[in-house]
Design a protein around this ligand. Structure first.
Ligand SMILES: Cc1ncc(C[n+]2csc(CCOP(=O)(O)OP(=O)(O)O)c2C)c(N)n1
Ligand SMILES: [Mg+2]
Length: 351
């Protein structure tokens, strides 16, 4: 069991994610946040529990349901909220938005919108670690629906074959958008898909953050020892719709209420109380979280819009820059199209 202080920290992180997203939802309804917004509310114990047993130098790769992972990983509430607002002070200068949280400092390699596509990227990051011998583990989150996608099979297959240091964590929240798992998964037990790649599979309910920590320790260590990946299926539930535009009419109020009886934030609070932390101490944590979220919203609101020029300089690679020549073997500079905003347009011929 974690120490008293650790339990308070775990509770704090989960409550922060909960309150952060409730306020993000409010800002979305006010039209201050555009695009998509997929809330993680209900699943907080997974990101927080996994982060607690990973090292700072490890890589994280996740889906569009990524605010919780970003905050659990250590991104500031300010940088995260400002990114949602599309402001220049956001983690990706407002160019990524909700689905593309990216944080180099905390080794969060996104935030990805293409279902399952990032699973192959995670295998790539783990391959880089193996090649460099840097001892890092890559943690890859994805949903139950993603396990039907080609990228899932390609990524897991290569990771297993090459014994890459990666842990696959499927957050099974019972739905893919509005479709229940029984209508998408011929094999409802996702952990059994591990057998197809001859790697260990693991399945457990992930509403208690201490369970998530306990269960993840060995898969992470196994990856670090160079013994290859594990397929971890964590049973969880999202309380809100798939995204803000989804009223969630495909499930009953009774079902949602039943799942809420195992609320991760309340369970986390209960652990802290049982370990002897006082109600007053937790009330102080709550107040600090409220103040942090309020500050993040104000900061995002007051931050400047990004300069339009950033659209070019941040999304397109410079071409033919003499100070940073392309790596040997790359496509020759004279054949590449003009990519930088200020490069003179030239005609490009494709063979
Ligand atoms: C390749 C691809 N196909 C379809 C979509 C549209 N889409 C976005 S989320 C989603 C459901 C994914 O469900 P799941 O993997 O269970 O993740 P969850 O949203 O439940 O966390 C779909 C079909 C997409 N983004 N990418
Ligand atoms: Mg799902």
């Amino acid at each position: 069991m974690p120490t008293q202080d650790e339990l308070v920290q775990l509770y704090r992180q989960m409550f922060l994610i909960r309150r952060f997203e409730e306020e993000a939802a409010r800002a979305y309804a006010q039209g201050k946040i555009g695009g998509f917004l997929h809330l993680y509310i209900g699943q907080e114990a997974v990101a927080v529990g996994v982060s607690a047993v990973m090292r700072p130098e490890d890589y994280f790769v996740t889906t569009y349901r990524d605010h919780g992972v970003a905050l659990a990983r250590g991104m500031t509430s300010r940088a995260c909220m400002a990114e949602l607002y599309g402001k220049e002070s956001g983690c990706s200068k407002g160019m990524g938005g909700s689905m593309h949280m990216f944080d180099r400092e905390h080794n969060l390699l996104g935030g990805h919108g293409i279902v399952g596509g990032h699973i192959a990227l995670a295998a790539g990051a783990a391959w880089a670690s193996k090649y460099r011998g840097d001892g890092r583990v890559t943690l890859c989150f994805f949903g139950d629906g993603a396990t039907n996608i080609g990228g899932f099979h390609e990524g897991v297959s290569l990771a297993a074959l090459w014994r890459l240091p990666v842990v696959f964590v499927c957050e099974n929240n019972e739905y893919s958008m509005g479709t229940p798992a029984e209508r998408t998964l011929p094999q409802r037990d996702v952990s059994k898909k591990a057998e197809a790649y001859d790697i260990p599979g693991l399945r457990f309910r992930g509403q208690d953050v201490t369970d998530v920590m306990e269960q993840l320790r060995e898969p992470i260590e196994r990856a670090r020892r160079g013994e290859g990946p594990t397929m971890v299926e964590v049973m969880t539930y999202r309380y809100r719709g798939h995204s803000m535009s989804d009223p969630g009419k495909y499930r009953t109020a009774e079902e949602v209420e039943e799942r809420k009886t195992r609320d991760p934030v309340r369970i986390g609070r209960g652990h802290a109380l049982a370990a002897g932390v006082s109600e007053e101490a937790l009330a102080a944590v709550d107040a600090a979280v409220e103040a942090e979220v309020e500050d993040a919203v104000r900061f995002a609101d007051e931050s400047a819009q990004p300069d339009e020029a950033l659209l070019h300089t941040l999304t397109l690679a410079p071409n033919g820059d003499a100070d940073s020549p392309p790596p040997a073997g790359s496509y020759p500079a004279e054949k590449r199209s003009p990519l930088s905003a200020d490069a003179a347009p030239t005609e490009v011929h494709h063979a």
